[in-house]
Design a protein around this ligand. Structure first.
Ligand code: 13P
Length: 233
């Protein structure tokens, strides 16, 4: 199982450091050896000595450096050995207006740099209400320009209506969607959307779920540790 935590616009530089060392202590104490990814805000990226987790960036611009006000590029990531990125998160697509063209060129750029890419897809509620076929058609469009055979690709299925709502997708919806996504790519598929310490066991038990991408419930290190503990399979 992969356990990924997306901090979004939460945590400071100091609290990120405290979190990582707390999580390290908890995972060692509980013998939780699994694949853990943490995505702090870019202001909190740093060299974390002895941290066993994979630290990634929530976003970056398709450049080494240059005149791109407000963005970070490869030069800033290289300083901290960051080689993992989230691309296509629905919050960037919806709130920051990243089109499929932008998302796919970002994918191509970071693929060329051999980054581990967690590529997010997910449908809005009005599409989910139309049924499974409409969902798959919508998700397929989010793979336009994406190399689904890229060896360092992990897919994250995050239905928009389940993000931050406390209402996770049903086991059946996750199962059906992941099964359909497995036909598009043989890469690991994470589920994201209101995952917590209570529902993780049922979600992790789904065959086609290879891990989870967690927001709110992962912001506290003890809570995230509980999720890892309950979700190991
Ligand atoms: P929540 O766990 O808060 O629903 O967020 C999920 C998510 O968007 C992770 O990227």
């Amino acid at each position: 199982m992969i356990f990924a935590s997306n901090f979004k616009t939460n945590h400071t530089r100091k609290s990120t450091r405290d979190y990582l060392y707390r999580l390290q202590e908890l995972t060692i104490k509980n013998n939780l050896f699994s694949k853990v990814y943490i995505f702090p805000p870019s202001t909190a990226l740093d060299n974390f000595e002895n941290i066993a987790f994979n630290i990634g960036t929530q976003n970056a611009y398709t450049t080494q450096n240059g005149a791109f006000t407000g963005e970070i590029g490869l030069e800033q990531l290289e300083e901290f050995d960051i080689k993992t990125i989230l691309i296509g998160h629905s919050e960037r697509r919806e709130k920051l207006f990243e089109t499929q063209d932008i998302v796919s060129s970002k994918f191509q750029f970071f693929k060329d740099q051999e980054f581990d890419i967690i590529y997010c897809v997910g449908e809005p509620i009005e599409i989910r209400e139309k049924g499974d076929d409409a969902v798959i058609e919508y998700l397929l469009a989010q793979f336009e320009g994406i190399d689904t055979t890229y060896e360092k690709l992990t897919i994250a299925y995050e239905p928009i209506w389940a993000i931050g709502t406390g209402k996770s997708a049903s086991i059946k919806d996750i199962e059906n969607t992941h099964k359909a996504l497995k036909k598009i790519s043989n890469k690991p598929i994470l589920y994201g959307g209101s995952v917590n310490a209570k529902n993780i066991e049922d979600i992790a038990n789904i065959d086609s779920v290879d891990g989870v991408l967690v927001g709110s419930a992962s912001l506290d290190a003890d809570n995230f540790c509980e999720i890892i503990k309950n979700g190991l399979k």
